[in-house]
Design a protein around this ligand. Structure first.
Ligand code: ME8
Length: 646
């Protein structure tokens, strides 16, 4: 027996540095829809996703929360998995970079590349913030200072290993320009890679650090940890068992057919990843697809009015398949796509409730009304049926081609144009008139049969995108396993001649758009002036002791002035109830110093002193994010300095 053809598709592995949002959903949904279609087409599919759990950002968040990095990521990974389950994502493997087998692969690979001379030891130079123990690149600095704490940084270096990326420029250029391979889609990104990165000369890549300890240890040099991309990209082969004993699927599935991601990480996948594989002497993935971003209010995610974008809430209120359909229908491959609830409601109403939902409910209702639910065998087909049938015949190949090249929006638009054609076919053939004439029964039966069979065929093609809806449709129109395979979408008249329909639930209830926007506003009140505000995701739970260790007090501002040569800092003298102290706060952009004198503010009084711009700060004044700036947290005059805040 011939072996099944394999198909391997991957999402990026996401950073669990915050909870997943609707932006993360797009790549995963696209991969899920393609994987489902390929399974229906008889492929042996491997669809992988996962989380990229190491690195400085996660280490820091965990320290802030007072938990271990592993405990911190475990919580967030659980949320990612919950979201994928809610969205009906059927992945075959979930890789975590903290999994033992992945660690093994990265270590083995690092050793091999070192032995083969592709990795060498040198010095990493950068801007270093001593208190934060962090290196930064010039472009990461804010006003020349540490982006995390605002303090001065110094030139520093540390021992590090480097990968000889610089050697691979010509080979990578050849790969990107190979017309047979079409390695990177959309093509517009090929020039970007060549002009911006290859032509100016690729720099060797730092692949280990000693200052970031939440990572995979380099086996032969204690104190070195594998850094970022060598760890992350390797997931695509570690999860197949490359250089580890946990899995044995590398021969079977590698090279990947598709790596899917958004545009900002195309560079790493189309330059660094192939270079690693070239150095290892392993085959290269077949295709890299870099889609655009889902944007919110012109770029940022926002909980502004009526624009709730918590995917759990959307799924619960409007249905998983409506959200899946909307995201895949709306995003044109290669472009960014603004998200709006209002647009989603309009799509649900027009495409799903009106066009698809109505077609199914009208057709089944007529079969029940005119034939008690079961069509007679005798039917009279005519030339008037041809246009609809011909449109259906060309649909499966078009859908397959558009879906597997990430052009969901085109493929779905075409499916819905055929659904519209079927609705028009009802109006053209006027079944209600045929029903009045007994001699026209065979024609009436043929019209309704054509409609049921058209519904069957489009529902098969929609199943990868709406996996919960298509089975409901199949049940209502009396389809069964034999005529709902992908192959069966190509066949005319595959439904039983004497098919029986059943009246089912309304597939997509219409949404009263204004009322729904009001409801969302009530559920998620957000002031108009907060529009565009970028809310930090909620942090994981922490111990009460972490809170209790902080000493929070009310303090009275005795004096306040700008710190020379700083556009951010204000210097305060405050009365903390026990005496005077000096404290600095980075709110100069939002207040004139004199506005704050005499105010009673909230402050953490037991932070270790720290120096900024050569001045000592003894504590931290609390502020709340307000629009694009901050407001101090303040009390009225009756609160005495030194009063405990708890
Ligand atoms: O970059 N619109 O992880 P990440 C569309 N760990 N897609 C979006 C999106 C948006 N608004 N927001 C996120 C990393 N995505 C690395 C990847 S892979 C070896 C390592 C999706 O959590 C999109 O796929 O920042 C994007 O490329 C990815 O999430 C970035 O995820």
């Amino acid at each position: 027996m011939a072996e099944k053809k394999t198909f391997y598709i991957t999402t990026p592995i996401y950073y669990p540095s915050g909870n997943p949002h609707i932006g993360h959903c797009y790549s995963t949904l696209a991969c899920d829809a393609i994987a489902r279609m390929k399974r229906m087409q008889g492929y042996d599919v491997m669809f992988s996703t996962g989380t990229d759990e190491h690195g400085q950002k996660i280490e820091k968040k965990a320290i802030e929360m007072g938990v271990t990095p592993k405990a911190y990521v475990d919580d967030i990974v659980a949320n990612f998995k919950k979201l994928w389950a809610t969205l009906g994502i059927k992945y075959d493997r979930y890789v975590r970079t903290t999994d033992d087998y992945h660690i093994k692969t990265v270590q083995n690979m690092f050793e091999k590349l070192y032995k083969d001379g592709y990795i060498y030891k040198s010095e990493y130079k950068g801007k270093y913030c001593t208190p934060c123990e962090s290196f930064w690149t010039e472009s990461q600095l804010v006003d020349g200072k540490c982006p995390d704490c605002g303090r001065e940084v110094t030139e520093a270096s540390e021992e590090a290993y480097f990968f000889k990326l610089s050697e691979f420029g010509p080979k990578l250029k050849e790969l990107l320009l190979d017309p047979e391979k079409n390695f990177l889609e959309p093509k517009s990104r090929v020039n970007e890679m060549i002009n911006n990165f290859i032509e100016p000369g690729l720099q060797d890549l730092c692949v280990s650090r000693t200052s970031v300890k939440w990572g995979i240890p380099v086996t032969f040099d204690e104190g070195h940890y594998v850094y970022v991309w060598m760890d992350a990209l390797t997931n695509y082969i570690s999860l197949l068992g490359f250089m580890n004993d946990t899995y044995n699927d590398y021969e079977k599935y590698w090279p990947a057919d598709m790596h899917v991601m958004a545009k900002e990480i195309v560079r790493f996948h189309s330059l660094i990843w192939p270079a690693f594989l070239m150095a290892l002497g392993e085959p290269l993935p077949k295709k890299i697809y870099g889609h655009g971003w889902i944007t919110f209010d012109g770029g940022k995610m926002s909980k502004s009015k009526g624009n709730v974008i918590d995917p759990f809430v959307l799924c619960e209120r409007y249905g998983v398949d409506a959200l899946r359909y909307h995201l895949l229908r709306e995003m044109v491959f290669g472009s960014d796509c603004p998200y709006s609830n209002e647009q989603m409601f309009a799509r649900i109403n027009s495409d799903l409730a009106n066009d698809l939902g109505n077609l199914v409910s009208r057709t089944t209702a007529m079969v029940i009304k005119y034939f008690d639910g079961t069509l007679p065998e005798e039917k009279e087909f005519t030339e008037a049926d041809n246009d609809l049938l011909e449109q259906l015949d060309v649909l499966p190949d078009f859908v397959s081609e558009t879906f597997e090249t990430m052009r969901f929006s085109e493929g779905l638009a075409k499916i819905f144009s055929v659904i519209a054609r079927a609705n028009k076919y009802i109006d053209e053939n006027e079944p209600w008139k045929l029903a009045k004439d007994d001699t026209a029964k065979p024609r009436l039966a043929a019209v309704l049969y054509n409609l049921l069979d058209a519904i069957r065929r489009v529902a098969i093609l929609l199943e990868p995108v709406m996996p919960h809806t298509s089975p409901k449709i199949f049940e209502q129109i009396g389809a069964d396993e034999s005529n709902t395979t992908w192959e069966a979408s190509k066949a005319r008249h595959a439904l039983a001649a004497a098919v029986t329909v059943t009246k089912g639930e309304v597939l997509f209830p219409r949404i009263d758009i204004d009322k729904e926007i009001d409801e969302l506003n009530k559920m998620f009140p957000a002031a108009e002036e907060e529009k565009g505000k970028d809310l930090e995701p909620l942090k994981p739970l922490t111990k009460f002791d972490n809170f209790a260790a902080l000493d929070l007090r009310a303090v009275k501002v005795l004096s306040c002035e700008k710190v020379e040569k700083s556009d951010k800092l204000l210097k305060f003298k405050v009365d903390d109830g026990f005496g005077e102290r000096q404290v600095l706060s980075g709110i100069a952009k939002y207040y004139k110093p004199e506005e704050l004198v005499g105010k009673t503010l909230a402050m953490i009084v037991n932070l270790e002193p720290r120096k900024m711009m050569g001045l000592e700060s003894n504590g931290m004044i609390l502020s709340v994010k307000y629009g694009d700036g901050y407001r101090v947290v303040e009390f009225d005059d009756s609160v005495l300095p030194g009063s405990d805040i708890s």
